[in-house]
Design a protein around this ligand. Structure first.
Ligand SMILES: Nc1nc2c(ncn2[C@@H]2O[C@H](COP(=O)(O)OP(=O)(O)O)[C@@H](O)[C@H]2O)c(=O)[nH]1
Ligand SMILES: [Mg+2]
Length: 329
């Protein structure tokens, strides 16, 4: 199939199944562009998916997520496992081997045919980044990747939706990630399954470790106690231990019969997230395209119409919904 540019639904699905890199790259580009062919191919492949184990890697910018993923990929490649990486960190663009700045860590793996790395742009997908990531993950799953790492930056709602599909979530912090500690403490950030305190070469790493420990100790009821690992991504220090913890979490989920349950909830959550994102995009477009709806907003502004009456009008007009605010007309 080499050299063939115009895939059909069948040849693209077959290329993905065979793990052909060109087909994978093409399929994910189509996914990113919300092309109809991408939907068809994923629809065809979906019954064959569910074999990949997805590891989400999240945390603030600059903590070393990309570097750690690179080290983890190296580690799991020593066990000959096939790997995919999807990065939705806009600051870590690893596409086509053309890497910016010093972010060459994942480039080590570009020559390895069993490793497929792709960064997703944050362009306007109909269903947001959650949609594009989910579809890309399914493509890599159908291609037979045993493991897929999903890198996302931050802790915003969009990122939560992207990481929401992961079987195991690793939160990466570094000395000085005080905001994240506060977010964990306040319950803004969900408790991850494994925590890496990276840059352990930094003098404040131990302090950070203790802070994370004290936050987690507040939460005694959990069956799974998230392990915390000090790592150094550049030299690969403790990366094997970090991977052991990920595997331990997987074993925990599997032994308790929780993996199926988690996946069921994750998939439901993704469907909901993508549907919500599409509904929002639809709403915004509808209001932008409709002078009468825009006028409602003007009337709210000039206090001729109260906000919830405008909401009700908009819901009726755009979604054909009555009484969505729960009041009786
Ligand atoms: N000293 C030290 N620097 C690190 C470590 N891990 C990553 N870095 C550096 O931290 C910076 C950000 O790393 P990167 O992996 O791009 O972080 P990301 O934004 O979380 O993906 C880079 O300059 C890395 O070289 C570490 O364990 N120790
Ligand atoms: Mg990164």
């Amino acid at each position: 199939m080499a050299g063939r540019r115009d895939y059909t639904r069948e040849t693209l699905a077959d290329g993905v199944r065979a793990g052909d890199r060109r087909a994978l790259a093409r399929a994910i580009t189509l996914v990113e562009n919300s092309e109809p062919l991408a939907y068809d191919v994923v629809r065809d492949l979906y019954p064959e998916t569910g074999r990949t184990y997805a590891v989400g890697v999240t945390g603030p910018p600059g903590v070393g997520k990309s570097s750690l993923i690179s080290a983890l990929v190296r580690h799991v490649r020593e066990q000959s496992r096939s790997v995919g990486v999807i990065s939705v960190d806009p600051s870590s663009p690893f596409s086509k081997g053309a890497l910016l700045g010093d972010r060459i860590r994942l480039a080590d793996h570009f020559l390895d045919p069993e490793v497929f790395i792709r960064s997703m742009g944050s362009r306007g997908h109909l269903g947001g980044l959650a949609e594009a990531t989910l579809q890309a993950l399914l493509v890599l799953d159908a291609a037979g990747k045993e493991l897929v790492f999903l890198e996302t930056v931050g802790t915003g709602q969009g990122e939560v939706e992207v990481i929401g599909i992961a079987d195991t979530v690793v939160l990466v912090l570094m000395p000085g990630s005080g905001d994240s500690i506060q977010a964990l403490k306040a319950g803004i950030m969900e408790i991850p399954d494994v925590i890496a305190v990276n840059k352990m070469d930094h003098p404040a790493a131990k302090t950070m470790l203790n802070e994370v420990r004290s936050v987690l100790s507040l939460d005694r009821e959990r069956e799974w106690k998230p392990p915390i690992v000090l790592t150094e991504a550049m030299r690969g220090e403790n990366v094997d231990t970090l991977w052991e913890k990920v595997e331990a979490h997987r074993a925990f989920l599997e032994s308790e019969g929780l993996l199926e349950q988690r996946r069921r909830e994750n998939l439901a959550g993704e469907v909901f997230a993508v549907a919500s994102a599409r509904a929002k995009a639809h709403l915004e477009r509808a209001v932008a395209d409709d002078a009468a709806l825009r006028r409602l907003l003007d009337e709210v502004q000039s206090r001729k119409l109260d906000p919830l009456t405008a909401v009700r009008e908009i819901m009726r007009e755009v979604f054909k919904l009555e009484d969505e605010d729960g009041t009786r007309a």
